[in-house]
Ligand binder design. Structure first.
Ligand code: ADP
Length: 409
């Protein structure tokens, strides 16, 4: 089985082609600046495994043309990895918001497209390009099964007490205002991997209480008990929760009308500020990239030190909250760009959590590669670094949804 995984943004298309017999990557690619118009060409990067990379600029006017370009790259020229388009068995799409309609991956048909369209008001920036990608693949690869895998699906098991906001109840009923959570495929993958690793350590992985920390450009945490998500830090939108590259995470909602009055800003301008000008960038005044901010903090930059302090403190606070929510803690997992690559921040976050039974091993934390344990052998709760593999999960679930559809006839 060969599965093409597609992730469409408003002006970009990312793809990964998997050979699912061995779960190996045959090629990855990115087409940026789709539909630039005028003189602005799209930029194409194609990375076939074991072959030279292919990079060029070309006029690509929409997502349909981008899918056709992808197919051309995969099946012709120097970087080809397939002899014929027919070798692709299915296409898996990352879809950001599935609302309450989807708690697992689904084979796409017209009712599914309608249900994804119904979630557009909840994710106006993300779901429309995801839908464009789906329609483009349906047109360019007719007859191939298309599967939607949702960022929100893993969090659908949260109990009501975790997903309801204390707002007038009819806002939930009429407008779907509640916590949905995002990065679901990542939290699912690393929680399952952590459960496996706990079992290998002779502990009860299947019934573990695990806190997963996805710390990348976007950051979120989940509480996972007995393999299911019971709480997560992102909310109705990805703005809530942790400090992120440019997002504020949690703030007092009364700050918004205060700013409207004090600064004469509109709601849209404040929303932009909270999403694009806050977080590490806003606090440090230097960068949204943790490598730059950490470096500046090490050099004594006050804003950058404040940004790192607030970032780490917020993660710690959520670890404590989720340990309390689950009635204990068996593991903490770090994943994504910051989580996988910054021993310094992992140590700052975990230091002094012995009262929760968690003791980080400074040596293990600083050395080693791949998925690994970074707590001491005696630590009652384990700490792990696990590389997230969201695209592989999408490919696996695509295959699974296809198998189920065949079985159901
Ligand atoms: P995305 O959410 O876009 O997938 P990533 O998971 O790649 O992002 O994470 C990007 C973040 O990871 C950036 O803030 C980057 O600075 C940070 N990062 C990557 N490597 C390191 C490192 N060695 N130390 C600290 N931060 C790092």
């Amino acid at each position: 089985m060969v599965v093409l995984v597609v992730n469409c943004g408003s002006s970009s298309l990312k793809y990964i082609l998997y050979d699912m017999r061995t779960e190996t990557v045959a090629a990855t690619g990115l087409i940026e600046r789709i539909g630039g118009g005028g003189d602005q060409h799209a930029v194409v990067h194609h990375r076939p495994t074991d072959k030279d990379r292919v990079d060029y600029e070309s006029s690509i006017e929409d997502h349909y043309a981008a899918v056709q370009e992808t197919v051309k790259l995969l099946t012709t020229g120097e970087g080809k990895v397939l002899n014929h388009l027919d070798e692709i068995d299915a296409v898996g799409h990352r879809v950001v918001h599935g609302g309450e309609a989807f708690c697992s991956a689904v084979l796409i048909n017209e009712p599914v497209i309608k249900a994804i369209e119904a979630c557009v008001s909840l994710a106006p920036l993300h779901n429309p390009p995801n839908l464009l990608g789906i329609r483009a693949c349906m047109a360019a690869l007719p007859g191939k099964p298309q599967v939607a895998v949702f960022d929100t699906a893993f969090h659908q098991t949260m109990p009501r007490r975790a997903y309801l906001y204390a707002l007038p109840y009819e806002l939930y009923e009429r407008h779907g205002i509640r916590r949905y959570g995002f990065h679901g495929t990542s939290h699912y993958y690393v929680a399952r991997r952590a459960a496996e690793m706990l079992t290998q350590m002779g502990r009860d992985g299947a019934h573990a209480r695990i806190v997963t920390c996805h710390l990348g450009n976007g950051c979120s945490m989940s509480a996972v008990a007995d393999g299911v998500c019971v709480d997560t830090s992102m909310g109705m939108t990805p703005l809530e929760g942790l400090v992120m590259g440019t997002r504020s995470g949690d703030i007092d909602p009364a700050i918004i009308p205060f700013l409207e009055e004090k600064l004469g800003k509109t709601g849209a301008e404040i929303e932009r500020m909270l999403n694009r000008e806050s977080g590490l960038l806003g606090l440090s005044g230097t960068s949204n990239d943790m490598r730059d901010v950490s470096e500046a903090a090490r050099n004594g930059h006050e804003g950058a030190r404040a940004a790192v302090d607030v970032f780490c403190y917020r993660v710690r606070k959520y670890i404590g909250a989720y340990a309390a929510a689950m009635g204990g803690l068996d593991a903490v997992v770090f994943t994504a760009g910051i989580g996988e690559n910054s021993p310094e921040l992992r140590e700052r976050i975990l230091m002094g959590l012995s009262f929760l039974g968690l003791d980080v091993d400074p040596e293990r934390n600083r050395s080693g590669r791949g998925d690994r344990v970074i707590s001491t052998p005696e630590s009652r709760a384990a700490a792990f670094v696990i590389r997230t593999q969201e695209e592989l999960v999408i490919a696996r679930e695509t295959l699974e949804a296809c198998k189920q559809a065949v079985a159901a006839g």
